[in-house]
Write a protein that binds this ligand. Sequence first.
Ligand code: ARG
Length: 462
Amino acid sequence: KQHQLWGGRFGNNAGKTNECLATLNCSLPVDSRLFADDIDGSKAYAEALAKAGYLTSEECATIQTGFELVRYDWIEGLMKFLPSDEDVHTVNERRLTELIGEVGQKLHTGRSRNDQVITDMKLWMRKAIRETCDSLSQLIDTMCQQAQQNLQVLMPGYTHLQRAQPVLFSHWLLSHAFALREDCLRLCDLRVRANVLPLGSGALAGNPLQIDRVWLAERLGFAAVTANSMHAVGDRDFVVDFVYCCSMVGLHLSRLAEDLIIYATKEFDFIEIADDFSTGSSLMPQKRNPDSLELVRGMSGNLFSCLTGIMMTIKGTPSTYNKDLQFDKQYCFEAFDKLQQALMVTQGVVKTMKLKMQHMESALSADMLATDWAYYLVRKGVPFRKAHHYIGAVVAHAERMSLGINEIPLGDLQQICPHFDVDIFKVADYGGNVEQYDVIGGTATISVTEQLKLLNEFLSGL
Ligand code: ARG
């Protein structure tokens, strides 16, 4: 016998939805993964019904054990779907009723799938936020370890992808870790805002059966209850926010991947991606491609498509629940799944990559010290704007003579600016140079060590 949640109104035609509509309507391939959340939400709701006097304590107990049998079916892969099963909520209620009989038919009293489905989503999302934060913190941790182990390595820092100033390799790597830390914070904010219970909102008007929503919230671990039932059943902002948070992580991973891909080229040759995170070419035997990172970079586009997808889905819907909203899940789950994969791959790449310290350091060139030459003049009392101008002239002079700025004879320098003295040539030490940048957030070892400390504290507090 078919179990449909809404057949009565349709007389003899009950359950005979046109096949093509039934296919479009069926969300089971996507929302089955909510089965446990749906069971947890329903068990709590049954208790609330008992508290309100609509179930006896025996009936409530029967529902509780019934649901554990339903859960068993799912976990053991025994759950069979019927053509009338529209979604995970239908399946759970149908199976419950098959197992425990008529009592199962009391469960949905005062509830709608509209408040049920968002409750399920919120229960699922709490776990998804935790898992995403876990993966993020593992990646940040791996970055911190690489940064710690290679604290002495110097490399050229770039702006506009042009050599700018010498920095510590660790400073560069942690710049990406700090972006991921922001992502964790964003997810933590979302957790607070999403942890508000919609159950008890009914289809749209609320619940007339003295269901104790505050008790339900406590029972399910929510910090509060939604304040407006019409808003609650139509609100998917928390799903959009989650997909946005995932997209931001994707964006950050993509930029990191781009840096690493560039650094792994023979032209840069700063790092080597491990064999198990590289692939070869079917045609060119010598090739060693950073596919792992290209997939991470490409995947971010996939995440952004989820974000536009869900926003487009919601934007034209009138107030409260509309079936369009059923599509929120596919975007949300895809964003979560893809991001988990990308985070794992990125972590693997960062953990196993080899640094080519020599190459990084030999890519440093004297012109990258031009800024510090300007500071040299500043320390001799020259106003910065003037100093900048003098050093510009030095760089042009060096270029004309095909020399490094540190190879220009002192006499020439003094002709450009009389404040130059022999001690200018001490500014040519890259390592010593980096150590001057000891401000909070700077590239000196002491500052980068502070950054590491901050990240490690953040990770242990997560
Ligand atoms: N499967 C539906 C969804 O995911 C559940 C809510 C159905 N509500 C309704 N009024 N048809 O959105």
